[in-house]
Design a protein around this ligand. Structure first.
Ligand code: GLY
Ligand code: MN
Ligand code: MN
Length: 444
């Protein structure tokens, strides 16, 4: 397992500096994610907010980062956290507490979360701009505006502005997260390696007669065994025609001989996730019709990956995949006509209805703009990571396609690091050719 970057205070300090320099002078307020109730007194598994964790590495709920620049290459950062509490820690586990937060996470000051509203006015009074995203926690927003109002009433004789201007910091943080730093690339490589191992284990374990969730258990056990504490998103384990349901989550069908099994799953580690899809035959061998469709999707995916070059538009992979898939649909006798015309008329859409790529990082659909404010597509730069995930989905009752293809759904998804020269496929060791997949299904 690679080094856990999430506890490196110097790394997080340098990330904070980078964001504060990009935002300019002002006070950044960044709460972590809220806990959410599953039922009664049971909470959903907790995961810190991605932006908050990116800038602090702090894992506990009920926490907030306050930070501001104090000069060139310097800043002041404050964490508000849950205080130590002997009684609560018996029930919920150990907390870092105020002292631990300051010592371990490299911030300048730390306070108990309950002191936030008492401490905030003196910080607010010293800044003309406040960076805070509205709408996530309306109760927080109301209290913040109450403080603004109090400041305005108190300073009513001062030349405007009596209270700070509010700006949204999240686009600036998203732009920074779009180009991954060295520590995030290390985490993504670790996530990719673990994810590939899980997919391999699933291929070796799947058998006719098993339920989809049994294969899911094998896959996720391998993720956990290799150090991933959770998935980056709920695993899609879709056999037969279930593969045509893009966000299938029931995972409860019993698999039959001759089925394909589509697994879209990614392990999270050190805050980053992989996102991999493989489709393989439950009985170990592709039928002729399945292999024909598989080859079409694979050829498109390779064309898409080759398009992920520095300077290319972010959707160059989509365009390459669409052209290649459309050619394949003609070869499979689903469409007739010239490929150029069929692409322009979007005739592939009934069987390829989703996009080909999204940014990948801490979030499976990671933050970062896809186009400029003027509408120009984002250009790829070294250090960006995106998926390439073409597929074809022929529903069981689709009379527009040859009978032999009905009920076949195939997607192939890899994670691509844009680099100078050729794109790097972080998930390249996952079996992908028909021969590699049939070997992996045989446990070789
Ligand atoms: N696993 C979600 C996606 O591929 O976008
Ligand atoms: Mn994806
Ligand atoms: Mn996926």
């Amino acid at each position: 397992m690679s080094r856990d970057a999430s506890f490196d205070p110097a790394l997080h300090r340098s990330r904070r500096q980078r964001i504060l320099d990009a935002l300019g002078d002002g006070l950044l307020l960044l709460p972590t994610a809220a806990e959410s109730v599953r039922n009664g007194d049971v909470l959903h598994e907790y995961r810190p907010g991605s932006d908050f964790h990116f800038l602090t590495g702090f894992p506990e709920p009920e926490a907030l980062l306050l930070a501001f620049r104090t000069g060139k290459a310097r800043h002041h950062s404050v964490l508000f956290v849950r205080p130590r509490d002997v009684e609560r820690e018996i029930w919920d586990g150990r907390r870092h507490g105020v002292v631990g937060a300051r010592r371990r996470f490299g911030v300048d000051e730390a306070f108990a979360f309950g002191e936030l509203w008492r401490e905030l006015p003196r910080f607010l009074a010293a800044h003309r701009r406040v960076f805070h995203r509205l709408g996530v926690d309306p109760a927080f927003d109301r209290r913040l505006f109450d403080l603004f109002g109090a400041q305005a009433r108190r300073d009513r004789r001062r030349a405007p502005p009596a209270h700070p201007v509010l700006e949204d910091p999240l686009p600036t943080i998203a732009a920074a997260r779009l180009v991954k730093d060295a520590a995030e690339i290390t985490s993504l490589r670790a996530a990719a390696e673990i994810t590939v191992a899980g997919h391999r284990a699933a291929m070796a374990a799947a058998r006719t007669g098993m339920h989809e969730f049994e294969v899911q258990a094998v896959l996720e056990a391998e993720f956990r065994r290799r150090g991933s504490p959770r998935n980056g998103y709920p695993s899609i384990v879709a056999s037969g025609a279930n593969a045509c349901v893009l966000h299938y989550h029931d995972n409860d069908r019993r698999m039959r001989a001759g089925d394909l099994l589509l697994i879209d799953a990614g392990a999270e580690i050190h805050g980053s996730t992989a996102d991999v899809t493989r489709t393989f035959p439950v009985s170990g061998r592709f039928t002729a019709a399945q292999a024909a469709v598989y080859r079409v999707v694979l050829r498109a995916q390779l064309a898409g990956i080759a398009a992920c070059r520095v300077g290319a538009a972010w959707d160059a992979a989509h365009k390459a995949c669409v052209r290649s898939l459309t050619r394949g649909l003609v070869e499979l006798r689903v469409l007739r006509g010239g490929v150029g015309h069929l692409v322009r008329a979007s005739r592939y859409k009934p069987w390829y209805m989703h996009g080909t790529s999204h940014w990948l990082g801490r979030d499976v659909h990671d933050v970062g703009a896809y186009q400029s404010e003027a509408g120009a597509p984002q250009r790829l730069r070294a250090g960006m990571v995106l998926t390439v995930e073409p597929g074809l989905y022929f529903a069981r009752n689709d009379r527009r396609v040859p009978r032999a293809l009905r009920g076949i759904g195939i997607r192939i998804e890899d994670d691509v690091l844009v680099a100078r020269g050729k794109p790097q496929v972080l998930t390249a060791s996952a079996p992908k050719t028909i021969a590699e997949i049939e070997s992996a299904c045989a446990g070789v």
